[in-house]
Design a binder for this molecule. Structure first.
Ligand SMILES: Cc1cc2nc3c(=O)[nH]c(=O)nc-3n(C[C@H](O)[C@H](O)[C@H](O)COP(=O)(O)OP(=O)(O)OC[C@H]3O[C@@H](n4cnc5c(N)ncnc54)[C@H](O)[C@@H]3O)c2cc1C
Length: 390
C-alpha cells in the first residue's frame, strides 16, 4: 500500500501507524490535540496521573506486540509488602482477606458463560447470590460499570478471569502511560510515520485526495460526527474519578476493592514513587455510578472507603482532583450481544473504524489495539487485491 491516513493519535492510532509503517506504508497521522496519546496521556506537572487508574494486562495481545518492539519499557513492580496491603470492603467493613471461596465458586466452571443471560442470573445459579454479587463487584475494576451483574454473563466472566488471575495480570508502566505513548511515538517516527499534531479533521472530504485508505481512530462519538453516522454508538461506563495526593503515612493500603458495590481505590506510588514528590502518596480512585447519579454520589462513595482505609486522609490531603468519565472506558456488552455486534471495523470505501467501542475482542485498550491491527490488515489486503486487479 502506498499511503494511509489515520485520524487520531491515541493508543489505537499509534498502533495502526506503527503496524502499517512497518509493512512499508507511508503513514500520516492527524491528531487534534497538541500532543498524541488521547486517553492514555499522563498529566504533566507535579502529579503524574493517568486519566483514572490505568493498568496494562499482561495476558493481552498488546503486551506481546509492545514487548517484541521494546516498547513496554521499564515497568513498576509492586514491592511484596505492598501486595499484602490489599483490602476488601465487604458487609460495610474493610477486610484483609479476599473472599477467595466466593470468587472461586464463580470462577470454577470451565464452561464459557452464556452470552444471552445476565451475569447476575448466571452466577447466582452457579454459586449463589452472595458469590455472584462479590464476583460482579470485583470484575468492576476492568469494566467501569455501576451494575456489572446486568451485563452479558460471557462479557463479565472474561473480565473476572482477567482481573482475578494469579499471578496478577495488571502491570504498571513506570512514569504512567504517557511514557509508553512517548515510546510509541518515537517508534512511529523511526518507521517514517508523519504525525501532525493540533490537526483536527472535521470531515473526511477535507483530506487531500489520493491519499489512500483512512483509519478513523478517534473515540466512537467523535467518529460518528466525523463520518456523519449517528448509528455509531455503543454503551460504555460512567465513572467518577478521584485523584488525591496525601502526605505519606506508614501502613496505608495499596488497594481498596469494594465488593459491596463496584469501586476501586489504588495507591499508585506503592509501585511507582516517581509519580508524586517525596513524602507524598498518589491515589487514584474509580467509582462507577448509574445514569441518574451525580458526581457527588461517586465522590461520597470514595470518601466512605477512604475514611475506613486511610486514617487522617482529609488532614493529609495536599492535592485533589475530581472528574466524571462518561463513555470513555470502553465498550460494555449487554445480554444477547458480544463484541461482534459493535460497530464494524470495515466501513466500506477504504474507511476503517478503530477504538475501544468497535467490533474487536479484548479488555479495555486491547480493543483499540486489536481493531487497529485488524484495520491495517484489511486495508493492506484490499490494496493488494486492487494492485492485482490493476
Ligand atoms: C478512567 C479510565 C481508566 C482506564 N483504565 C484502563 C486500564 O486500566 N487498562 C486499559 O487497558 N485501558 C484502560 N482505559 C482505556 C484506555 O484508556 C482506552 O481504551 C485507550 O486509551 C483508547 O485509545 P484510543 O486510541 O482508542 O482512543 P483515544 O485515546 O480517545 O484517542 C483518540 C484520539 O483521537 C483524537 N481525535 C478525536 N477527534 C479527532 C479529529 N476530528 N481529528 C483528529 N484527531 C481527533 C483525540 O484527540 C485522541 O487523541 C481506561 C480509560 C479511562 C477513561
Amino acid at each position: 500500500m502506498r499511503k494511509l491516513t489515520i485520524i487520531g493519535g491515541g493508543f489505537a492510532g499509534l498502533t495502526a501507524a506503527i503496524t502499517a509503517a512497518e509493512a512499508g506504508t507511508r503513514v500520516t497521522v492527524h491528531e487534534a490535540h497538541r500532543t498524541p496519546g488521547g486517553r492514555a496521556r499522563t498529566a504533566e506537572g507535579t502529579y503524574r496521573t493517568n486519566e483514572g487508574p490505568h493498568a496494562l494486562y499482561a495476558g493481552g495481545p498488546h503486551w506481546t506486540w509492545l514487548k517484541q518492539r521494546g516498547l513496554l519499557g521499564p515497568l513498576a513492580p509492586l514491592p511484596p509488602a505492598e501486595g499484602l496491603r490489599f483490602r476488601f470492603h465487604r458487609g460495610g467493613a474493610l477486610r484483609r482477606t479476599p473472599p477467595l471461596g466466593l470468587l472461586r465458586q464463580s470462577l470454577r466452571t470451565a464452561d464459557k458463560a452464556p452470552v444471552d443471560l445476565d451475569f447476575r442470573t448466571w452466577a447466582t445459579g452457579l454459586a449463589g447470590e452472595r458469590a455472584a454479587r462479590v464476583a460482579a463487584a470485583y470484575a468492576g475494576v476492568a469494566l467501569f460499570h455501576h451494575d456489572p451483574g446486568a451485563l452479558s454473563a460471557r462479557f463479565v466472566q472474561e473480565r473476572l478471569h482477567r482481573a482475578a488471575a494469579v499471578p496478577p495480570e495488571a502491570h504498571y508502566v513506570r512514569g504512567g502511560w504517557g511514557e509508553l505513548i512517548e515510546r510509541m511515538v518515537a517508534r512511529a517516527w523511526e518507521a517514517g510515520v508523519r504525525i501532525e499534531t493540533s490537526s483536527r479533521v472535521e470531515r473526511l472530504d477535507d483530506l487531500p485526495g489520493g491519499e489512500g485508505p483512512v483509519i478513523v481512530a478517534t473515540s466512537l462519538p467523535a467518529a460518528a460526527r466525523l463520518l456523519d453516522d449517528p448509528s455509531l454508538t455503543w454503551e460504555s461506563g460512567r465513572t467518577v474519578l478521584l485523584d488525591l495526593a496525601l502526605r505519606s503515612r506508614k501502613g496505608d493500603p495499596f488497594v481498596i476493592s469494594d465488593l459491596d458495590e463496584p469501586g476501586w481505590i489504588e495507591r499508585f506510588t506503592a509501585q511507582d514513587p516517581s509519580l508524586a514528590p517525596a513524602g507524598q502518596q498518589l491515589i487514584q480512585a474509580q467509582l462507577p455510578v448509574g445514569p441518574d447519579a451525580a458526581k457527588a454520589d461517586g465522590v461520597a462513595h470514595a470518601e466512605r472507603l477512604l475514611d475506613l482505609g486511610f486514617p487522617g486522609w482529609r488532614e493529609r490531603t495536599v492535592w485533589r482532583r475530581e472528574a466524571m468519565s462518561q463513555g470513555r472506558t470502553g465498550a460494555v456488552d449487554r445480554p444477547g450481544t458480544t463484541w461482534r455486534d459493535r460497530p464494524a471495523v470495515d466501513r466500506g470505501d477504504g474507511v476503517y473504524l478503530v477504538g475501544d467501542q468497535v467490533a474487536a475482542p479484548g479488555v479495555l485498550s486491547e480493543v483499540s489495539f486489536t481493531s487497529a491491527v485488524e484495520a491495517v490488515s484489511l486495508a493492506l489486503r484490499a490494496d493488494h487485491l486492487a494492485v492485482r486487479r490493476a
